[in-house]
Design a protein around this ligand. Sequence first.
Ligand code: GLN
Length: 540
Amino acid sequence: MKYIFVTGGVMSSVGKGVSTASIGRILQSRGYRVQLVKCDMYVNIDAGTMRPTEHGEVFVGEDGIEADQDLGNYERFTDITATRDNYITTGQVYQAVIDSERSFGYEGEDVEVVPDIPNEIIRRVNLAARRARAEIVIIEIGGTVGEYQNILFLEAIRMLKLKHPQDVALVLVSYLPIPKSVGEMKTKPTQYAARSLNAAGLQADFILCRAERRIDEPRRKKLAIFCGIPEGNAISAPDVESIYEIPVNFEREGLSDKLLKKLDLKPRQRDLKNWQKLARRIKGAGEPLKIGIVGKYFGTGDFMLADSYISVIESIRHAASALSRRPEITWLNSEAYEKDRRALKELEQYQGIIVPGGFGSRGVEGKIRAIQYAREKKIPYFGLCYGMQLATVEFARHVCGLKDAHTTEINPKTKHPVIHLMPEQLKHLARKLYGATMRLGAYPARLEKDSLVAKAYGFTRISERHRHRYEFNNDYRARLEKKGMRFSGTSPDGQLVEIIELKDHPFFVGVQFHPEFKSRPLVPHPLFLAFVKAGIANRK
Ligand code: GLN
């Protein structure tokens, strides 16, 4: 087994996840089987209980793991199927060690932070790699080097490297600022990051130089000397228009050859053509495609965090690029529609409106107003999970005349609970069991023949990933159906409504699942594709 560890320097959000995923892709293109693992330093067992505005999107795997959004990048770039194997947190590691201690797993020995915690990390990495029958496992360490929180993960790398020095490569993804007042790219913060690795007993083999621009020769040399790497191993990683250019850019720098050489492996092939084509198509797309995403205010402090809905954004991009359009995605604050209905008029300019997944009451009435507007004005509408539930509420209220219809998530006393809690959820909530207790992961569904969605998919058996506690209340099926709502997708036994759609509308679809988790740059999700097509056809 060969190991590539990816750590971050200087600051977070420099694209460590995308870099890790891109390394996976370029190694696949040389004929190797890879596995990718994210190590998160949080004590949380999974990302399910973390707030997306702080931590980014909660990505759901096939088996229902609620993980860091980077697993989404891994899937999109390498086509691996993410499961709990791909996600390790400090919480899981400690829990496993403590559980083992309680069952006498250490046979009377004292259990120590080092080496027992790093050993458990290594055990999990190996397990993930073996299950995927990988030849190379790429492990991304969350956080940045030099902080206290990820130190035991760095210790795991040190211990592994001691045992298998030939089989481990260490990549530092670092940031090189170009301060406006200076006008020059600075390497010193990255030098400090490399030193922090040294202090943890580690030496970087490669530095991916994230910056606004390409790194020039004098700075490559400087990094080589001060950080102790071969000159050719300071890899340029400038800002790009589309993240899908990154594997192609890395290969321009010969990164896969260099990594394989470091790990004493021989390249078997070279096949990145599809990605080169994709990168060219994205670059060449001219005509804009305007999509509005309606949600509650997405900001943290003074900043907007697009990361909370990264898979939705990427899915729109995949579909747009397949149709050679340049996506323009706008965040629309639903609370503005609560204050003043006239604000809804801005929705006119979009070729499609999305209400994505969500929780809680803030901005809900505004979202419902936006959905009503899209329905009445025949603007293509795509509701994802909460967006499907609220579309049901809207339809019940304004088309079926069930005035105070609502989801019991917001109004438990409503006379018309068109969306209500799934029975097994009652028990979880009563006992405050919030972690990993939603309806999670992949479930099959059956589509009605001749429905809009069956046409979009091209088949009637699907499997999609879920993350919700509430569902459509079957007591209302007949009433809503009579007024023109179609339940075009259900669980195979017909019990759970998974998809709603409307006739007499160019595209009005709500799905109880999250199609965005399965869209790929080279294979856009059929529903996103159909939604975007409807937008292009119906609205100039
Ligand atoms: N809050 C809703 C539920 O729990 C929707 C969840 C979601 O959009 N992911 O069912």
